[in-house]
Design a protein around this ligand. Structure first.
Ligand code: NAD
Length: 254
């Protein structure tokens, strides 16, 4: 999708790794002028910054904990001060939290999972939207999950956060539809990133189970989600808003 985002100023959270890193690179390859990359992991951000520059865009790493309003406001303020505008944002930072049956979820795990995944996406949109409105027709994509569309055993806090993101995305899309700002979510299936590697490190026996969950017979690649995000941010998706699009190898089609 070369030129799909020609000259745009873009932002990706959770960009030190996985789907966020792949999307930052995809934004650059799609012609973005700049990619602001945010994460708590500064070392990973520096690596991503180099990859973005190698792919032809300006990169601005900003250390950010998306669950903290002051960090998120700083992330957007640095974007505007460096590039003067914001056109597209991928609110992707997330945690899998700790898997546990509902009655065994600790309050701390519940709060941390919801704070990063759900409150984080809201804080990002709250800070980004005034600038997207000023940019006259920007686009936001939030990273939900197939766990935002269906339930998963042992994933109560994670699934609640990701279902919440779908409701937040649809409501925000309606709030801003008349302005030309489009807001959508992607719902990845099992994508082989560090998040899945952490689960496999605890339970190597899960690999065949992950593959078996996918009707296409394999886990997805981060780049396959990134391509969907680029499309949603581009003018090719100009009539698409308020959607939660599964990028999942058919997982929720069963
Ligand atoms: P990942 O662990 O590779 O990347 C997540 C990134 O988010 C990391 O760089 C991490 O440092 C960052 N992060 C975590 N907490 C943060 C915080 N408070 N503030 C800022 N950054 C923070 O995993 P991934 O698979 O690339 O996950 C990206 C997104 O995709 C997440 O929202 C995840 O829930 C979602 N997702 C992943 C899968 C999958 O199978 N991998 C499936 C569905 C949805």
């Amino acid at each position: 999708m070369a030129n799909a985002l020609d000259g745009k100023v873009t932002l990706v959270t959770g960009a030190a790794s996985g789907i966020g890193r792949a999307t930052a690179i995809a934004f650059a390859k799609a012609g973005a002028r700049a990619v602001v990359i945010a994460d708590i992991d500064e070392e990973g951000l520096d690596e991503t910054a180099q990859m973005v520059r190698d792919s032809g865009a300006d990169a601005l790493p900003v250390k950010t904990d998306v669950s903290r309003a002051a960090d998120v406001e700083n992330m957007v303020a640095k974007t505007i001060s460096a590039f003067g505008r914001l056109d597209c944002a991928f609110n992707n930072a997330g945690t899998e939290g700790v898997m546990a049956p509902t009655a065994d979820i600790t309050e701390q795990n519940w709060d941390r999972t919801l704070d990063i995944n759900l409150k984080g996406a809201w804080l990002c949109m709250k800070a980004e939207l005034p600038h997207l409105l000023a940019a006259d027709g920007g686009s936001i994509v939030n990273c939900s999950s197939v766990a935002g569309l269906v339930g998963f055993q042992g994933a109560g806090a994670y699934a609640a956060s990701k279902h919440g993101m779908v409701g937040l995305t649809k409501s925000a899309a309606l709030d801003y539809a008349p302005t030309g700002v489009r807001i959508n979510a992607v719902c990845p299936g099992v994508i082989h990133t560090a998040m899945i590697d952490r689960v496999l490190a605890n339970d190597p026996g899960m690999e065949p189970a992950f593959t078996a969950m996918e009707p296409v017979g394999r886990m997805g690649r981060a780049e396959e989600v990134a391509d969907a995000v680029v499309w949603l941010c581009s003018d090719a998706a100009s009539f698409v808003t308020g959607q939660a699009i599964a990028v999942d190898g058919g997982l929720v089609a069963r």
